[in-house]
Design a protein around this ligand. Structure first.
Ligand code: SRM
Ligand code: SF4
Length: 516
């Protein structure tokens, strides 16, 4: 008898093994017990891995202070919910931070395991959930940040995103049907003309398209970034009516769950299965799962615009109302900022806030007559409606401050460097600079004008923090991924290299004071 026959999990990799032994969602029932015994006494696999099924992430960089990743469908949250998140991080003092993420989402920091039962009670009362947001689960589902308020919108994505989330998470309760996928999974639904969700970098993306005069979506599949490989999504050659979006997501997820490659975690994302099978077989399996034939894709999609960043004041489709995009430098919020934002949304808008994949915040539904006083609010001095063109498009992943994968510090360094560059160079239009602390690419350097990926280099006989430079990422219509153009520039030399790039490639002008 082989070891595998004696023990069916013996031949599985470590992750598949612990998932087979105990489903991640099981820890939901054990939160009270974890709170009583404390993080140090917890089973390590529960603490370091399974808690992520509840959206709770052990941080080896700050042991005992966990991160919580929410689900904010379509990036839309009410002021009441935002205040609940602010109250949660407030109790952690300096450790308490809320970060807006590159998936239109919020992550909370400083969380103590003894507070989890109370935190989940508060979530439930506020209609919030963090379920299934880490490890081998579907991440926050992104949708057009100006859904329902954009005059040129094609499809309002809000209800669709919500329904897909409810299907995957069983209305936020947790859904064992989707808690053991081969790997993480990303879904985006674009409803506007500018692809403001980066459809091309998702495992499933819906982009608006007309078929025989009916508006629906063309479906793209397999987009992903990983340390080993990055791919833009490819056409499934399928068009779906908006009413079939939920069924389509469910069918693809079931095909992926049942057939996705699990042996090697570096080769487990959806695209690897599509490669192994070929698109024709993959499409046929999705049809079989759906139980009906798919329509072929519409000839062209409706992504016709360059990408907008939604910062500044914009008239809505509703006459007399405006949405105002506030620039949140690298997405970092403290409790006081979150309380203030909730207040602004209530006093000037309709009590709603929206998040963008550029880590910024939109306050919608501000009447024309309220714009004047709104723009005088002190918070707008830091969260500007008209930021300088370099900081405006700056995006950064978490980096070494909180992430143990990081090879370099990102957020703080990115802000310090951009403020020096703003003093030295003027650029005629925003240049999208994205920082990511390691090859996992959470900060999406491949979609940037200039992407910076953390690495190490040797300088003067020492190992130092450095960055690989990516260029050529194009977003919006005809989006395509940028590629690495220069390896391992020590971070100490990076500012000069960036300044040269801004001058030579982005029509930057050196300001008078700079001598190089
Ligand atoms: Fe990410 C793992 C942070 C968006 C690709 N990502 C991680 C972890 C959980 C690693 C860890 O345990 O420390 C990071 C948590 C650090 C922390 O304390 O914040 C982390 N990822 C982030 C966030 C917060 C970056 C940000 O500052 O905004 C983003 C959270 C999104 C969300 O709300 O769910 C985030 N991660 C992304 C994206 C961008 C996107 O989705 O558009 C990607 C590339 C796209 C993709 O996944 O295809 C991304 N993260 C990864 C990967 C590589 C996945 C792979 O297939 O190999 C990892 C590592 C892994 O999963 O093994 C990872
Ligand atoms: Fe951490 Fe790397 Fe992701 Fe940055 S890119 S958050 S350093 S895993």
């Amino acid at each position: 008898m082989t070891e595998a026959t004696l023990n069916p999990t013996a031949s599985l990799n470590k992750f598949e093994k612990f998932k087979a032994e105990k489903d991640g969602l099981e820890v939901k029932k054990e939160l009270d017990q974890f709170a009583q015994i404390g993080w140090e006494a917890m089973d390590e696999i529960d603490r370091d891995h399974r808690l992520k099924w509840m959206g709770v992430f052990f941080r080896p960089v700050t042991p005992g202070k966990f991160m919580m990743r929410m689900r904010i469908p379509n990036g839309i949250i009410t002021s009441g919910q935002f205040r609940v998140l602010a109250e949660i991080v407030q109790r952690y003092g300096e450790d308490g931070v809320g970060d807006v993420t590159t998936r239109q989402n919020i992550q909370l920091r400083g969380i103590r395991v003894e507070d989890l039962p109370d935190i989940f009670r508060r979530f439930e009362a506020a209609g919030l959930t963090s379920v299934q947001t880490g490890m081998d689960n579907v991440r926050n589902i992104t949708g057009s940040p100006v859904a329902g308020i954009d005059a040129d919108e094609l499809i309002d994505t809000r209800g669709l995103v919500r329904k897909v989330q409810d299907m995957i998470t069983n209305n936020g309760e947790g859904n064992p049907s989707f808690t053991n996928l081969p790997r993480k999974f990303n879904i985006a639904i674009a409803g506007c003309r500018d692809n403001s969700v980066h459809a091309e970098i998702n495992d499933i993306a819906f982009v608006p398209a007309f078929k025989d005069g009916t508006l629906g979506f063309n479906v793209l599949v397999g987009g992903f970034f990983s340390a080993k490989r990055c791919e833009a999504a490819v056409p499934l050659n399928a068009w779906v009516d908006p009413r079939d979006v939920v069924a389509m997501c469910e069918a693809i997820l079931l095909v992926y769950r049942n057939h996705g490659l699990r042996a090697n975690r570096q080769k487990a994302r959806l695209m690897w299965l599509i490669d192994e099978w070929g698109m024709e077989k993959f499409r046929a399996e999705v049809e079989q799962q759906l139980g009906y034939p798919l329509q072929t894709a519409a000839e062209k999609d409706e992504i016709l615009w360059d990408k907008r960043d939604h910062i500044g004041i914009h008239a809505q489709s509703q006459p007399g109302l405006n949405y105002v995009g506030l620039h949140v430098p690298v997405g970092r919020l403290f409790a006081g900022d979150m309380f203030d934002l909730a207040r602004l949304a209530e006093v000037y808008g309709s009590g709603e806030l929206r998040l963008t994949v550029e880590q910024n915040i939109i306050i919608p539904n501000i009447p024309d007559s309220r714009l004047g006083p709104f723009l005088k609010e002190p918070l707008l001095e830091r969260f500007s409606v008209a930021p300088e063109p370099l900081v405006r498009s700056l995006v950064s992943c978490t980096g070494a401050q909180f992430c143990n994968f990081a090879l370099i510090e990102t957020k703080n360094r990115a802000l310090a460097m951009i403020s020096e560059l703003e003093q030295e160079v003027s650029v005629p239009r925003p240049v999208r600079i994205h920082w990511t602390g390691c090859p996992n690419s959470c900060g999406q350097p491949q979609v940037a004008d200039i992407g910076l990926m953390g690495t190490k280099a040797r300088k003067d006989g020492k190992t130092v923090e450095a960055a690989d430079i990516y260029m050529g990422g194009k977003v919006g219509k005809e989006a395509h991924l940028g590629t690495c153009v220069r390896k391992a520039v020590p971070c100490d030399d990076l500012k000069d290299v960036l300044r040269d790039l801004l001058v030579t490639q982005f029509q930057g002008q050196l300001k008078d004071a700079v001598t190089v």
